[in-house]
Design a protein around this ligand. Structure first.
Ligand code: NDP
Length: 269
């Protein structure tokens, strides 16, 4: 499904939005609109394209247009942190925001709660986790794993970014020069490789039986990485539940009432 996408400078007046680049693929508008409809809330939610380097101007413009809340996706989460005038504790620890309250200028990070809830859903409470990637969502994943007491291995295409991530969080993480699957119970793909319909060069013969593969991305069908995982007999989860859980947490910040999770997951399934 493709959204009606507005360039930020041409955005209509509205209530809520998701900003990113690219943004046409996002399921957030469909999911949040379903939540508003389920509860009879009169509000709009738009997909808005913001190029790199224009986040601050775009958010100021949306505030003037009367927007109350914004979700932030790739690659603007660090810029959203910089724009915010105050931060929740988790956002302050991570220096990354995916949810903003435009009125107060407060930034939040609901990706952490989204990942923690997915771990519970997968029944993963102990063992070794391999995080692939070192961007904004990798930070949230490593932080969430650290708080859940899981042992974390981290691989990123650009090793220096993985080193920066590990030292910025102060979590006990060991770095892998290659995405070696051996010994891990869970693999979380936080790279954006799935957005370009590609997979990662993983050697599946190294994987333990019972490995669980969680791709934060989602696609019309399975992402290429999850197709590989399924073809090697592994259990998997795509990014839709994570999308719903982080979106439900954002909804609750904006509206101060429980999110209609069933309607939200149904809208994106
Ligand atoms: P960032 O832009 O912050 O990070 C991107 C990461 O992907 C970097 O580690 C980058 O590596 C890596 N990468 C990009 N292309 C490739 C490639 N071809 N091969 C290997 N590594 C690559 O993105 P985010 O962390 O914000 O988001 C990443 C993904 O997670 C996206 O697909 C996003 O849609 C998804 N996501 C889903 C959510 C959900 O609710 N379901 C929530 C949050 C994120 P390098 O440092 O080398 O450039």
């Amino acid at each position: 499904m493709k959204n009606d996408v507005y360039e930020w400078i041409e955005a209509p007046a509205g209530d809520f939005a998701v900003i990113g680049s690219p943004i046409h693929h996002s399921l957030s508008p469909r999911m949040h609109q379903a939540a508003f409809d389920a509860l009879g809330l009169k509000a709009s939610y738009h997909a808005i394209h913001v190029p790199v380097g224009q986040v601050s101007e775009a958010l100021d413009h949306l505030s003037i247009l009367g927007y109350r809340g914004v979700n932030v996706t790739v690659p603007h989460k660090e810029a959203a942190f910089e724009w915010a005038r105050s931060h929740s504790d988790i956002a302050a620890d991570l220096r990354v925001c995916n949810t903003l309250e435009l009125g107060s200028g407060k930034g939040h990070n609901t990706d952490v709660i989204g990942i923690q809830t997915c771990l519970s859903h997968l029944g993963v409470s102990q063992g070794k986790v391999l995080v692939l990637g070192a961007g904004g969502s990798a930070k949230a994943a490593v932080y969430a794993m650290g708080r859940s007491g899981l042992e974390v291995g981290l691989w990123n295409r650009t090793m220096s970014r993985a080193e920066e991530l590990a030292s910025s969080l102060g979590e006990s993480v060991y770095l892998l020069p290659e995405p070696y699957l051996g010994g891990f119970d869970l693999v979380i793909n936080t790279t954006s490789v799935s957005l370009s319909s590609e997979s990662l060069p993983l050697d599946w013969s190294q994987a333990k039986p019972g490995l669980v593969v969680f791709d934060l991305a989602y696609a019309e069908g399975l992402t290429p990485l999850l197709e590989d995982a399924v073809s090697h007999g592994h259990r998997m989860l795509d990014g839709r539940r994570m999308l719903m859980e982080q979106g439900a947490a954002a909804f609750e910040i904006w509206w101060g009432q429980p999110a209609p999770r069933d309607a939200m997951i149904e809208a994106i399934s």
